[in-house]
Design a protein around this ligand. Structure first.
Ligand SMILES: NC(=O)c1ccc[n+]([C@@H]2O[C@H](COP(=O)([O-])OP(=O)(O)OC[C@H]3O[C@@H](n4cnc5c(N)ncnc54)[C@H](OP(=O)(O)O)[C@@H]3O)[C@@H](O)[C@H]2O)c1
Length: 311
């Protein structure tokens, strides 16, 4: 190009600027997501929908599913030491960040302290091992997977989570499978109120009293097994409502849960179900249909657990 042909639009500076802007736009649009976020009691935000990865293998299939989910717009992965797939989750997240130019803080990562690791020091060891397996510097959320029966151990684990949060190893801390008595006991002894309680919640297992207690104390409900593990997709009430809205039964189950303000964690390794689960939130169930669904059940656990879960 001759010097006379250099105009403001063709100058190298302009070209470099345009290139930079294109890269920035690309990384911005790839990290943008339509999933709503919810504010936790510690001021942090949590994407309302997560990809659950219970029973997902520690290999390529899970990596591909997580990348499909992130490409589709999920920004939250729910794993656990117990699921033995933290390496695959970490690899997938790092690959996706590299591919898109998105930043670590664009993906919300949760893991959980397994039952055999309760106690103050054991909790730190377990958390460090989880971080190593993910290949990450911090987790967005770390949960006690289920309450230790020994109260002292349970409280020591919680104190370790409080310290880990102070140290920046985890942004938010919470519990899972805590019943009302565990929550009340923790509230009497904790410095930090848990940000979430992750429990089985779906239209057939609504657990109103526990939900109310958590709501009253600013503890967000994370609904696990929100698809009732696929066992209730033939239910006639759910199917009639699905037909009325032109949605799938799975989408009705997920929409109902999100309409209560819960974080929902549908698990799938199938790209098209990952996508259709994410499309569960772009419509509103009528008050009457919500009442009909509310009448379905209150304590029908599909995970076979009461407050204690093996998963
Ligand atoms: N804290 C705890 O103790 C605990 C306990 C249980 C679960 N969780 C968390 O919650 C997540 C979800 O719970 P979950 O895995 O028990 O069950 P879920 O999400 O209720 O159901 C998963 C099952 O439904 C199938 N599925 C997914 N989308 C579907 C769709 N659109 N239509 C039909 N079937 C569909 C999946 O199969 P495909 O993969 O073949 O699609 C899988 O078999 C877990 O992955 C885990 O992250 C936590």
């Amino acid at each position: 190009m001759s010097p006379s042909a250099i105009t403001p639009e063709t100058s190298p500076e302009h070209w470099i600027f345009a290139k930079k802007a294109a890269v920035q736009n690309r990384s911005h649009s790839s990290s943008a997501s339509s999933v709503a976020s919810i504010r936790l009691n510690d001021g942090n935000s949590i994407p309302q929908v997560a990809l659950g990865v219970y029973k997902a293998p520690n290999g390529q299939e899970t990596e591909d599913a997580i990348i499909a989910a992130l490409d589709a717009g999920y920004r939250h992965i729910d794993s656990a030491a117990r699921y033995a797939n933290e390496e695959a989750c970490g690899r997938a997240i790092r690959r996706w960040l590299e591919k898109t130019g998105a930043r670590r803080e664009d993906v919300f990562v949760c893991s959980k302290l397994w039952d055999t690791d309760h106690g103050y020091e054991a909790t730190f060891r377990a958390l460090c091992s989880s971080l190593d397996r993910f290949g990450l510097d911090y987790l967005d959320l770390y949960l006690i997977h289920s309450p230790a029966e020994d109260e002292q151990k349970r409280l020591q684990s919680w104190r370790a989570l409080e310290t880990a949060q102070e140290m920046g190893m985890v942004k938010s801390i919470g519990v899972s499978n805590f019943g009302a008595a565990h929550i009340e006991n923790l509230l009497q002894n904790a410095t930090v109120v848990p940000a979430v309680n992750q429990v089985e919640i779906h239209p057939f297992c609504q657990r109103e009293a526990l939900v109310e207690l958590c709501n009253k104390n600013g503890i967000k409900i994370e609904a696990y097994s929100p698809l009732a593990r696929g066992h209730k997709l033939e239910d006639p009430t759910i199917n009639a409502i699905a037909e009325k809205y032109g949605k799938t039964p799975a989408q009705i189950l997920l929409n109902w849960n999100a309409s209560r303000g819960n974080v929902v964690l549908p698990k799938s390794l199938n790209a098209s179900r990952i996508q259709s689960n994410l499309e569960s939130f772009n419509f509103q169930l009528s008050a009457e249909d919500i009442r009909t669904i509310n009448a379905l059940g209150s304590e029908n656990y599909v995970t076979g657990s009461m407050h204690k879960s093996d998963d």
